[in-house]
Design a protein around this ligand. Structure first.
Ligand code: FAD
Length: 431
């Protein structure tokens, strides 16, 4: 049932992460109160917050901790959704909209607080997130975002052309805005830190254990694994996101799991390092096909952006050449610094760019759809799911559970995604 995915090992994060906690595959039948499927931020945060409330939790992970987006992302902790606060308030009304805004607003605090609380071994910096504006329309958007977040009490600030050039280290933007709540983490170390914290609280994590079948009888769920073992539990929580397989019918068809590519240079020479993001911000821009970049804690430059739909060959650097070109154009001072790591991962995009929750059967809860903003949001989602499982209070959830609705014409998704990408490429303009 598991598919072949691009491996985690070529990534910068796999090469520099704190060691994973000890885990083994499940090799015999077991019982729990809750089975969580997927050991990314959402599954691990759910498990941690359930275990802290005395719930017996077993986590089943097909590969390894952080194998999905959680071990591969840009490590940018961005407190917000794709939709701005004013859009959420308009769409969902004052009460529900504000609940969503508060949920997103607290997502960066959730990450940094958990790291501190559990003494996780995670390189991190919290100097703010900058969104550069490449067009006049993107500048207007930046102004709206500053207005929206200021109205929520955030010290967001508009940046003019000179200031954005100084803070980013490139003159390719017309301006932008800075959100002081954002920051950067070593994402795989953070996933492993969450796993350790969950284990310390009593959760049991089995890696190398794909869940291959779900069935329910007499009020008890049985999760059968590809290795033949079964776990029985009253509740099951699926947190498989962009790595969702066929475990629950039609679920994978509710997302487009686009591939996001990244590369990281060797450590930059000191003078170059001081010229790029010199005050320690992380950044992603306002393009539809956004570019995201930051330095890591060892002074490497990371660049991320769109990639091919299918998995690239890890041994073929040509698949990342578009990002090398972006580095050369945005940061000519770094041109020529060798590229040390190239990797990619799946981002789960829903049709309304919102996280989706489903409860297709009693005791089964599903979270899916991160839109490429999951370090904070999926951590916070885990807190919310745990609260909901324990209390049954739907107010704990940021969005109401909905029915599973596949993308229309899902079989043709590559075609229409290619068309959308071609359109965005044209409207985004060059770097
Ligand atoms: C390249 C890239 C860059 C990104 N950059 C950023 C960023 O800078 N900032 C940000 O906020 N977000 C970013 N994101 C998004 C973020 O990484 C994700 O939103 C987040 O990690 C999702 O966490 P998750 O726990 O929901 O899912 P995942 O971390 O994807 O975990 C799902 C897990 O489920 C497991 N699984 C699947 N099926 C089964 C099964 N049948 N049985 C057992 N296990 C199963 C998978 O192996 C996987 O480990 C990025 C994503 C990518 C891919």
């Amino acid at each position: 049932m598991t598919q072949e995915y691009f491996p985690l090992s070529p990534s910068l994060w796999a090469a520099t992460a704190a060691p994973a906690p000890d885990t083994v595959p499940l090799d015999g039948d077991a019982e729990a109160d809750v089975v969580v499927v997927g050991a990314g931020y959402c599954g691990l945060s759910t498990a941690l917050h359930l275990a802290e409330r005395g719930v017996r939790v077993i986590v089943l992970e097909a590969r390894e901790i952080g194998f999905g987006g959680s071990g591969r992302n840009g490590g940018q902790v961005i407190p917000g959704m794709k939709h701005d606060p004013s859009e959420l308030l308009k769409t969902f009304g004052r009460e529900k909209g504000q609940r969503l805004v508060d949920f997103a607003a607290g997502s960066a605090d959730a990450v940094f607080d958990l790291i501190d609380k559990h003494g996780m071994d995670v390189p991190r910096e919290r100097r703010g997130w900058i969104q550069g504006a490449h067009t006049p329309a993107a500048l207007d958007l930046a102004a709206r975002r500053v207005r929206d977040w200021s109205a929520q009490g955030v010290a967001a600030r508009l940046l003019d052309r000179d200031e954005v050039a100084r803070l980013l280290g490139t003159d390719k933007y017309l301006g932008g805005w800075v959100d002081p709540r954002g920051g950067g983490v070593q994402p795989l170390s953070y996933a492993r830190g969450l796993a350790r914290a969950a284990q310390a609280a009593g959760a049991v994590i089995h890696t190398g254990t794909p869940a291959s079948q779900l069935s329910r009888s007499n009020g008890t769920w049985r999760v059968t694994t590809a290795l033949g073992a079964q776990v029985s539990a009253e509740r099951v929580v699926l947190c498989t996101n962009g790595y969702t397989d066929g475990l629950w019918p039609q679920l994978h068809k509710t997302i487009i799991n686009a591939n996001s590519f990244q590369l990281a240079t060797e450590a930059l020479p000191e003078a170059v390092r001081r010229s790029i993001l010199p005050e320690g911000h992380v950044s992603s821009d306002a393009r539809n096909l956004l570019l995201y970049y930051r330095l890591d804690h060892t002074g490497r430059l990371l660049m991320g952006g769109r990639g091919t739909f299918s998995e690239p060959d890890p041994a073929d650097p040509a698949a990342w050449s578009h990002l090398e070109n972006v580095v050369a154009k945005l940061f000519p001072q770094a041109a020529g610094v060798p590229i040390a790591y190239r990797w990619c991962g799946h981002v789960a995009i829903t049709r309304d760019s919102l996280p989706h929750l489903h409860e297709p059967a009693p005791g089964l809860l599903i979270d899916i759809g991160c839109q490429g903003r999951g370090v904070g949001l999926q951590t916070r989602m885990g807190q919310a799911l745990a609260q909901y499982v324990v209390s049954g209070d739907a107010q704990a959830l940021p969005v109401a559970p909905s029915s599973i609705r596949p993308f229309p014409l899902y079989g043709l998704r590559r075609l229409y995604v290619s068309a959308v990408i071609a359109w965005y490429r044209m409207t985004d303009g060059g770097v």
